[in-house]
Structure formats: C-alpha cells, structure tokens
Design a protein around this ligand. Structure first.
Ligand code: HEC
Length: 159
C-alpha cells in the first residue's frame, strides 16, 4: 500500500515538473491523501485496541444512563424490595429471572407484571420511557446482580 502511494507521488511529481497545470497539482494532493490513508491502516492491533476501548466507553455510558434512569424510575421499589420487587444486586432474587433471559425480563418490564409475588406497572409507571430506555435500565440492573453468595447487599454489589 505504502509503496504504491510513494510511486504514485513520485509519478505525480515528475508529471508536475513537466506541467504546472491545475490538474496535476490535484493529482499530487490526491496522492498525498492516499498516502495518509495507507499509513492510518498500518497498525491493526492499535485499531483493534482502539475499537475495544470505544466499545467499553459505549458500555460505560449506557451503564451510567441506566443508573440515572433506574434511580428516578425504578429505585423506589427495587432498592427496598417493597411489594416483592427483586432487590437491586440480590443474586437470589434475580437468578430465576436471569435464567429466563434478558429478553423476557425486558418484555415483562415494558408490559408490566401482575405476578405471584407482586405488581409492577408497565415501564415502572413512567409511560414516557422508551423500550430502549427500559433495556438500558435492565442492562444496569443486571450488571449489579451479585455473584458472591455471602454478599447480597445492595450497598456493595459485585460487578
Ligand atoms: C411500583 C413498584 C415497582 C417499580 C416502580 C418498578 N418495579 Fe420492577 N418489579 C416490581 C415487582 C413487584 C416485581 C416482581 C413481580 C413478580 O415477579 O411477581 C418487579 C420485577 C421486575 C423485573 C423482573 C422481570 C422478570 O422477568 O421477572 C424487572 C426486569 C424489573 N422489575 C424492571 C424494572 C424497571 C426497569 C423499572 C423502572 C423503569 C421497574 N422495574 C420499576 C415492582 C416495581
């Protein structure tokens, strides 16, 4: 790639020395841009780690957005576990639901639950939340589910 670009540049320069017409100047500029492009794709492992970092940043942003939405729409029941709501971070309360899968949980949280344990209004009672919002909150909630048997407190969830 790089060699090709250098050849093109040299070729353009030769042409350029014969003629100073605008067209050839454009060639030179294009060849320069091409060389820049070739350089930027050279180190693939750098690109991969940059992509990984970008993915992690997106996940962190989603988790932060989920936390904010959770606090204003869901915490009232899920922090205390009132009326049978599975408590945030409590592995026992969530394991059966996790086994059903996230899609089922998202669907139930959107439509509301009139379950054996308790009642949950659709979207936690805030109908202005979009499906995507609910998904984002559940991403946050499931990230808080405790993986240690001894420690099931909301205060110190294990990620
Ligand atoms: C008024 C109280 C209340 C609010 C507010 C509330 N929930 Fe719930 N939620 C419950 C109760 C009670 C259950 C358990 C119902 C059952 O299983 O019988 C539940 C269960 C769930 C479940 C488990 C679903 C499953 O598959 O079993 C999810 C996920 C959930 N809530 C998400 C949310 C989200 C997201 C919000 C905020 C947008 C929210 N809840 C707000 C009371 C609430």
């Amino acid at each position: 790639m790089r060699n090709t670009a250098v050849i093109i540049i040299s070729f353009s320069m030769i042409q350029h020395s014969f003629s100073t017409s605008r067209k050839h100047l454009q060639h030179l500029v294009l060849a320069g841009l091409f060389l820049l492009g070739a350089c930027s794709t050279q180190n693939q492992s750098d690109d991969e780690s940059a992509a990984k970092t970008a993915k992690e940043s997106v996940l962190n942003l989603k988790l932060a957005a989920g936390k904010t939405l959770y606090e204003s729409n869901c915490a009232a029941c899920h922090d205390s576990g009132s009326s049978g709501a599975p408590k945030l971070g409590n592995k026992e309360a969530w394991s059966g639901r996790m086994a059903e899968g996230k899609d089922v949980m998202i669907k139930k949280a959107i439509t509301g639950i009139d379950g054996k344990i308790g009642m949950m209004p659709p979207r936690g009672g805030n109908t202005s939340l979009t499906d995507e919002d609910v998904k984002t909150v559940i991403l946050y909630m499931t990230s808080k589910i405790n993986t240690s048997e001894e420690n099931t407190s909301v205060e110190s969830p294990v990620l």
